[in-house]
Design a protein around this ligand. Sequence first.
Ligand code: IMP
Ligand code: MG
Length: 171
Amino acid sequence: MAQMKDKMIPFITSEEIDRMVADLAKKIEKDYSGQEITVFCPLKGSCLFVADLVRKLSLPVVVDFVHLTSPKGEGVRILKDISVDITDKHVLIAEEIVDAGRTLSFLRSRLLAGGPKSLKIVALLDKPARRELPIKPDYVGRTIDDRFVVGYGLDSEELGRNYRDIYNYAN
Ligand code: IMP
Ligand code: MG
């Protein structure tokens, strides 16, 4: 059966993604050496990134999930809130892509209210040209220009999250 990706252009291969995730894991491991971290996965887009990232970390890792939505013209809403205590914990938000920064800005405030010892952001992809709010990830896999990408967790109308590579539309 035809798939959306058949009409798209490969942008980042699964091998490149794997190297990006390994590099990020190495940096994180070095910075948090000997410490426990709580990794937050904002659903749904970050599911594959978080699954791969945490498997590459040889640190004590707690994983938790949050689900936020930001319907057009409305504010951000929580569909699933945090479910672990983050008081005095080293917290790391793992986002697959940072765009306008609305979701992350909201999530950062929400998590800071939980009294963590530290709070950092790791983003596989960063689209700084699209930023509306002052969000700067502490770790970035790759900075990309303003283009819509699909695959490796990223969707187009809920499809394409399962693709191993990341694709974009022809210009
Ligand atoms: P922000 O709140 O505008 O930064 O939105 C971030 C969220 O929008 C990401 O976590 C993704 O779920 C989604 N998003 C942003 N850019 C893309 C894209 O190029 N493809 C698919 N989803 C995207
Ligand atoms: Mg996301």
